[in-house]
Design a protein. Sequence first.
Length: 104
Amino acid sequence: MVRRKFNPREIALGAAFVVLLLTIITFYIWYQSEAIRLGYAIADTEYRVRRMKEEIMKLEAKKAGLLSLGRIEKIAREELGLTDPRPDQVIYEGQESGKKVEKP
């Protein structure tokens, strides 16, 4: 059996082909792993957005409850001791202070 000897040009072409093939495989693997990583990042971001929207809804409900007129009136009367104004304490628009004007 006779072994064929490769000349330097054939060896260089073979090495270039192997390097090109390894480069393509490496790029393909990187591309696939990057796509998977981005998929996980997108899913995580969507989950966080959903959670934040739920938190916003809860906070808006809490805000509405805290700003309800019934609650504010209850706090004003019970905790702060406020009462309705007497008729002589009410000043109507266009009325000079000190003059009594009957209620319209």
